[in-house]
Design a protein around this ligand. Structure first.
Ligand SMILES: [Zn+2]
Length: 518
């Protein structure tokens, strides 16, 4: 049989920068193309020359639209990658939000570095540009779930004219729902009868908004994420912890700041707030979504109702069916219409499908904040409120100004709802920092800092094991990726002891020959 190899170019020993290079008879497929985030040593990797010539890659496959899985694409394209980028249609939608936004931030950073002269490069250049992002988007090739299609051949990479190359091996990719984010998938790559399952990020069971991760019953080789490999999420099926935090913050007259990834977490947070309001377990506070990208993402969620959890899709949850008057305007100066009205949708109040659908996320006093001025007004406001703003690990974005304004005062609460990678402000705060560096100064931390992992989009250790129990036979090898060292070690130990599978913790830039098929 032919020889296949994998090279781990990211998310090996860490949770960001996912990039896995599959080589099949000299053909190259890159699975995921993410940015490194968090610790400076990791972020510097984004600037290194790519490990191989991007023009030598035949195809790219994306598992989902989180930046740590897709955010390096514009850089790859800027460096010469011209082939197709396979992903699900919803991943394509979400990429159309996150890639241009990431490019804009890169360009702003470079401008700022040049203005202040603090880069050793003159002039400082962005990691990639908005033109690179636009080009990357034009190379996206949407493919629906569970429809295997060829990834090699088809003239993806033109053979050199003088050396006729042998026909490419037959390889297909199929996307399978991972339940982690709208459009998220495992990528099942088949080469003949040899199967490599790239797990991407694994979602969770029995959660609102997204469906459970689909089960898979076999693979020769499995790449498995390990983010929470050493942890169990505290069960909070009724939202009681969130309700308590909201009530206590409101009783102190404070603001509740929720740093949140603009895509994915915002929907879950809004779902719970709406449900708690409808069940009259929290007061009806103004809820601000201070992120234009999050507002766009909400619309994509609403447009793809069929890909969401059945509870939301059918409106069987009474909470989801209520509160459909999304344009109710209060006296709030920052009030703007909810995305149901975008692009000519929702012209007839309360009646159109889009309007009904987003109702699942529409709290009674929901306000979407668009302009920077509205955001600044909100930062300055002393009114008790819930503010959801990105970024989720407080590494940048509009949430920084909200944090600078609220952290010094004990009446406010900052609530983290996602994984906080090493080296981020979110990790510092959840680890109990008494002061943090923010917007060029040291800010004392007097506000309450809370963390609710039950809203995480990542499976915990037991959920990972539950998903593995769907396999009818052990993979020849399971590579653990996308985890910090303690999580990787703990998960490796559990898989070995509970399932007896061969496990290998991937190392950065390690190249492995894949075992032959049985
Ligand atoms: Zn993810």
């Amino acid at each position: 049989m032919s020889r296949h190899s994998l090279t781990f170019l990211g998310a090996a020993g860490t949770v960001t920068g996912s990039k896995h290079l599959l080589e099949v008879d000299g053909r190259r497929v890159l699975v995921d193309c993410g940015l490194f985030q968090g610790l400076k040593d990791l972020r510097l990797r984004n600037w290194e020359p790519f490990a191989i010539d991007p023009a030598s890659i035949d195809a790219v496959i994306l598992t989902h639209a989180h930046l740590d899985h897709c955010g390096y694409l514009p850089r790859l394209v800027g460096a010469g990658y011209r082939g197709r980028i396979f992903c699900t249609p919803a991943t394509k939608d979400l990429c159309s939000l996150v890639l241009p936004d990431a490019a804009r931030l890169q360009e702003e950073d470079a401008r700022e570095a040049n203005r202040r002269g603090y880069s050793k490069h003159s002039p400082a250049l962005p990691l990639f540009t908005q033109a690179d992002a636009a080009r990357a988007l034009s190379q996206l090739q949407p493919v629906g779930y569970e429809r295997p299609i060829p990834v090699l051949g088809d003239g993806v990479r033109a053979p050199a004219p003088s050396t006729p190359s042998p026909p490419p091996p037959e390889a297909t990719v199929e996307f399978i729902n991972a339940g982690h984010l709208l459009g998220s998938a495992y990528a099942r790559v088949r080469i003949g009868d040899y199967t490599i399952l790239f797990g991407g990020d694994l979602g969770r069971y029995g959660r609102p908004v997204l469906p459970d991760p689909s089960s898979v019953d076999e693979a020769d080789v499995l790449l498995l994420e390990s983010t929470y490999g050493d942890r169990l999420h505290v069960a909070d099926d009724s939202g009681e912890r969130l309700a308590t935090i909201v009530r206590e913050t409101a009783a102190r007259g404070g603001k509740l700041i929720v740093p949140s990834f603009a895509i994915g977490r915002v929907e879950e947070v809004l779902y719970w707030l709406k449900r708690l309001e409808d069940e009259r377990r929290i007061p009806q506070l103004p809820v601000y979504v201070d992120s234009p990208m999050a507002i766009g993402a909400l619309q994509f969620y609403a447009d793809r109702l069929g890909e969401l959890d059945a509870e939301i899709a059918t409106g069987s949850n009474p909470a989801a069916a209520l509160g459909s008057d999304l344009t109710q305007s209060g006296s709030d100066p920052t009030r703007s219409n909810f995305p149901a009205n975008r692009g000519g949708r929702g012209q007839t109040p309360n009646q159109t499908p889009a309007r009904r659908r987003v109702a699942a996320f529409a709290t009674a006093r929901l306000v979407t904040v668009n302009s920077p001025q509205q955001s600044a007004d909100l930062v300055a406001s002393r009114q008790p409120a819930i503010v959801i703003a990105s970024s989720g690990m407080a590494t940048g974005g509009r949430v920084l100004r909200h944090l600078a304004a609220t952290l010094p005062n004990p009446k406010h609460t900052v609530l983290f709802v996602g994984y906080q990678a090493a080296g981020t402000r979110g990790r510092e705060l959840t680890d109990g920092a008494r002061e943090i560096k923010l917007l060029g100064r040291l800010v004392p931390v007097a506000a309450r800092v809370e963390r609710i992992d039950s809203m995480s989009a990542h499976a915990d250790a037991s959920e990972i094991l539950r998903w593995l129990s769907g396999f009818s036979r052990a993979p020849r090898v399971t590579y653990l990726v996308h985890g910090e060292p303690a999580a990787l070690e703990a998960l490796a130990a559990r898989i070995t002891s509970e399932r007896g599978w061969p496990v290998h913790i991937a190392a950065h830039r390690e190249r492995v020959e894949l075992p032959p098929s049985r």
